[in-house]
Design a binder for this molecule. Structure first.
Ligand code: CP
Ligand code: NVA
Length: 311
């Protein structure tokens, strides 16, 4: 594959990409990471602008996209919903059409996935999903890159996700299924993944040979895991349920007793932000098997690979 093969594509879910394409993006990200560390210029987006619409808070996504565009020789614009006319009722379609006349690509963090799909349909420039209620593909591309760096391959590896059947669980299932890595999702009853996305992951796994499973048995799920992954129990948009969720998820904490079931050299992943002593104890997230800050760093490199390829 070459740099221009993906030009003009959107990046809305990993399911739109093949194993070969995702592997290409991971290798490019590793190359750009090396160049950045060595101070070798890689101004692949000289003179280009990325518009970034945020309808939810962000630390990593906002800063890594903005720094990444600068390192690529381009420019990023932070557009909060409150400052856009969209917040006062301008339609998604009009916003997409107008912004397409000014910028060379858009990154959007929003609520329903249908919002970003409508935006992408009306935009004439590539649109990148910076998190929706259903998916977080940029995070999972960075996670796959980190797994590849730490474990060397995907085949024969097992990722166990513990917690809410949310955007992270969905994108991890899809990403694992494409790359050929086994993935077990374990959630409390009532917090399972979307079953149509689970079916999609099963279909993709049929091609790669990965095993994608869901269970409520957290101990069995962790057995011989190479990667233990968790996320917050209350995602952005579900704050009203926080009290109830603290009780419902109590048996799904990643702690020292639970990780004894994983492989000795397991790696702990978390997309961050984390709540210590809720979904994970400090002993684990700040312990020797945790790679959460390498994972967070890789957001920058993986997204630069996406930006350089599609813009
Ligand atoms: N992991 C992640 O997307 O972090 P932010 O919400 O800080 O962007
Ligand atoms: N599931 C979390 C991920 C945050 C990066 C959320 O949607 O809030």
């Amino acid at each position: 594959m070459k740099l221009y093969d993906l030009q003009g594509n959107d990046f809305l879910t990993l399911a739109d990409y093949s194993k070969e394409e995702l592997m290409y993006l991971i290798e490019l990200a590793i190359d750009l990471k090396e160049k950045q560390k060595l101070g070798i210029p890689h101004r692949l987006l000289e003179g280009k602008t990325l518009g970034m619409i945020f309808e939810k808070s962000s630390t990593r996504t906002r800063v890594s996209f903005e720094a990444g565009m600068f390192q690529l020789g381009g420019h990023a614009l932070f557009l909060s919903k409150d400052d856009l006319q969209m917040g006062r009722g301008e339609t998604i379609a009009d916003t997409a059409k107008v912004l397409s006349r000014y910028v060379d690509g858009m990154m959007v963090r929003t609520f329903a996935h249908s919002i970003i799909e409508e935006l992408a349909e009306n935009a004439t420039v590539p649109v990148i999903n910076g998190l929706t209620n259903e998916y977080h593909p940029c995070q999972v591309l960075a996670d796959l890159m980190t797994i590849y760096e730490k474990k060397g391959s995907f085949e024969g590896k097992k990722l166990t996700y513990i917690g809410d059947g949310n955007n992270m669980a969905h994108s991890l299932m899809i990403g694992s299924a494409i790359m050929g890595m086994d993935c077990v999702i374990t959630t409390p009853k009532g917090y399972e993944v979307d079953q149509s996305i689970f079916a999609k992951a099963q279909e993709l796994a049929g091609k790669s040979g990965a095993k994608i499973e869901q269970t409520h048995d957290v101990v069995a799920a962790c057995k011989d895991a190479d990667v233990i992954y968790t996320d917050v129990w209350t995602s952005m948009g579900w704050e009203d349920e926080n009290e109830k969720r603290l009780k419902d998820f109590a048996d799904y904490q990643v702690n020292e007793a639970l990780v004894l079931h994983a492989k000795d050299d397991y790696s702990f992943f978390h997309c961050l932000p984390a709540h210590r002593e809720e979904e994970v104890t400090a002993a684990i997230i700040d312990g020797p098997n945790s790679v959460v800050f390498d994972e967070a760093e890789n957001r920058l490199h993986a997204q630069k690979a996406i930006l350089a390829s599609i813009m």
